[in-house]
Design a protein around this ligand. Structure first.
Ligand SMILES: CC(C)(COP(=O)(O)OP(=O)(O)OC[C@H]1O[C@@H](n2cnc3c(N)ncnc32)[C@H](O)[C@@H]1OP(=O)(O)O)[C@@H](O)C(=O)NCCC(=O)NCCS
Length: 246
């Protein structure tokens, strides 16, 4: 999958150091992926790991090298071992994905998605999400879920609770740098986890977001989730049903 300047492909071992550099640019001073975690992703579920690269020609050698400008990591989760309040460290086994459950799991779980700040807003995140959605359809997963950062919340935390903030973002009253992107990608909010991971911008919260596979999900799946968030989506006339890929 590619557009004129970017190419999306599965992650390779040689992308690990560039992904660590990418992480430093995206989350300066916040956290970093380690080489052992990223190696484990490729051992456990190579099919679920993607990068977007920019092709950079070297004038001297004529060789073209890949610059990693975005990445997305996923695993398959068996939710009988987890719930909507699960923390990142538990649902990803500390980022090593040791709980990957390809036999029993029905959920493709988003572990990470990040785009280099220089390339944000240019459709790279959208490419990564479209590829993740294609994988979920190919494997006939029930859904894609993730803990979405609410990275704008720290600006409002004096005035409102995280729950009120998420409702306001769903209603379109505020734009959140991360959650608004996810809602635009056809996700709905089905829960809120207060201690998801260490994230000063989100004050450690994550909105639990879900995309339901229209070929698999039942009416009951569509109806399940935190009613306050589902009602807010209805009120905002956002589609409660997943949208088709664009
Ligand atoms: C969130 C992130 C992955 C989005 O990637 P991106 O490449 O910048 O997003 P895109 O350019 O593909 O945008 C896709 C769509 O979302 C919209 N969008 C992106 N950011 C948005 C925002 N802050 N508010 C509203 N809409 C937004 C775009 O307008 C675009 O809409 P369109 O489909 O109508 O054209 C990226 O900003 C990022 O890496 N952020 C920091 C890391 C992070 O927080 N990751 C999420 C972990 S949960």
């Amino acid at each position: 999958m590619s557009n004129s300047s970017f190419e999306l492909r599965n992650t390779r071992l040689e992308d690990i150091d560039p992904i660590i550099d990418l992480c430093a640019a995206v989350y300066p001073g916040m956290y970093s992926w380690g080489p052992n975690q990223l190696t484990s992703h490729l051992e456990v579920f190579p099919e679920g790991q993607f990068v977007v690269v920019q092709k950079v020609p070297s004038p001297a050698s004529g060789l073209v090298t890949d610059r990693v400008i975005g990445m997305a990591s996923s695993l398959i989760v068996d939710y009988s071992n987890h719930d909507l309040r699960s923390k990142w460290k538990d649902i990803t086994e500390w980022g090593y994905l040791g709980n990957h459950a390809p036999e029993r799991g029905r959920t493709l779980y988003g572990v990470e998605i990040m785009v280099h700040p220089e390339f944000q807003g240019k459709g790279v995140g959208k490419l990564l999400y479209q590829r993740r959605e294609l994988l979920a359809r190919e494997r006939r997963m029930l859904n894609i879920r993730a803990g979405a950062r609410i990275s704008g919340y720290h600006r409002y935390a004096q005035k409102m609770s995280a729950r009120e903030y998420v409702v306001a973002v769903i209603r379109g009253e505020f734009s959140d740098p991360t959650l608004s992107f996810q809602l635009k990608r056809g996700f709905r909010v089905i829960g809120l986890t207060p201690y998801y991971f260490h994230d000063p911008e989100s004050l450690n919260h994550a909105a639990v977001i879900e995309w339901l596979n229209p070929e698999v999900a039942t009416e009951a799946d569509h109806a399940s989730g935190d009613l306050e968030f589902l009602d807010a989506a209805k009120a905002a006339a956002l589609p409660l049903r997943p949208r088709s890929p664009e």
